[in-house]
Design a protein around this ligand. Structure first.
Ligand SMILES: [Zn+2]
Length: 215
C-alpha cells in the first residue's frame, strides 16, 4: 500500500543527507495521509538503503497497519505532533548541525533572510532539552513551534512540519542555510550587530512566497 507516498519519503531522506541535515541513519520522516494513516521511516536504517517496504504504516495511536520494520523510536512524540496539529501532514526530524549548534547558545534563531521567512514563517524558537523517543519531545515541539514550521530541540536537532513533505523539507533546508549565514556574519562582524528583517519585511516575504514556483 501507498508505494508512491513511501517513495517520496525515501527520496526526501536522501535529500536530507545531500543537504547535510543528517548523518547515516539519523532523524526521521513521517507523513499523514488523507485517509489518516501515518507513514514513518524505520528505526536505524540509512535512507540510501531504504526500500518502500521498510517504511512503516501506523495508525495515529501507534498500531502498526503494515510493515515488518520497527518504526522510528521517535514515533510516539511524532504522533503527538500530528494529533495536536491537525493542519500538519508531514514531520521531518533532523540533526542539522548549524541550527542545532546555534540552539546551544540562544533561545530563538532570528529571522535574517527572506528564505527563512518564506520557509519557516520567521524566527525559530529553541525548545528546552527533552529526551529522544520521549513523549516530551512531541510536547515541547508543539509548544515551541507555535504557528511556525520549525523548532530547534536543544542538544538534539530540529523538527520541521508542513502541510506536505516539500514544505517541511524547505523549512529544514532553509533554516540550515540561514544558520550558516549567521555563523558567517558572526565570524566577520567583530563588534557590529547582525542585521535582521523587521516584522513587516518578514510578513511581506511570507506573502510573496505564496506565489513562488510552479502552480
Ligand atoms: Zn533525533
Amino acid at each position: 500500500m501507498f508505494e508512491s507516498e513511501k517513495r517520496e519519503i525515501i527520496e526526501t531522506g536522501k535529500k536530507l543527507d545531500r543537504y547535510g541535515l543528517i548523518s547515516l541513519s539519523g532523524g526521521n520522516i513521517s507523513t499523514r495521509l488523507s485517509t489518516g494513516e501515518i507513514l514513518i521511516t524505520p528505526s536505524g536504517m540509512i535512507y540510501e538503503d531504504m526500500m518502500e517496504s521498510d517504511v512503516v504504516v501506523m495508525d495515529i495511536d501507534g498500531r502498526i497497519i503494515e510493515g515488518n520494520r520497527r518504526p522510528s523510536v521517535d514515533n510516539e512524540p511524532i504522533r503527538y505532533i500530528f494529533q495536536n496539529k491537525p493542519e500538519v501532514n508531514a514531520v521531518i526530524h533532523t540533526h542539522q548541525p548549524y541550527a542545532t549548534g546555534i540552539g546551544l547558545v540562544i533561545d530563538e534563531i532570528p529571522c535574517n533572510l527572506t528564505t527563512l521567512a518564506n520557509s519557516t514563517r520567521g524566527s525559530v524558537k529553541v525548545a528546552p532539552y527533552s529526551s529522544a523517543a520521549d513523549i516530551e519531545m512531541g510536547i515541547q515541539s508543539v509548544k515551541y513551534l507555535d504557528n511556525k514550521l520549525a523548532v530547534v530541540l536543544k542538544h538534539h536537532g530540529v523538527v520541521t512540519v508542513g502541510e506536505n513533505l516539500n514544505q517541511a523539507l524547505y523549512a529544514a533546508v532553509y533554516l540550515e542555510e540561514a544558520c550558516k549565514t549567521i555563523v558567517a556574519a558572526k565570524s566577520y562582524s567583530g563588534e557590529k550587530e547582525m542585521a535582521m528583517l523587521d516584522d513587516s519585511q518578514v510578513e511581506t516575504a511570507i506573502e510573496i512566497f505564496k506565489n513562488y514556483g510552479q502552480k
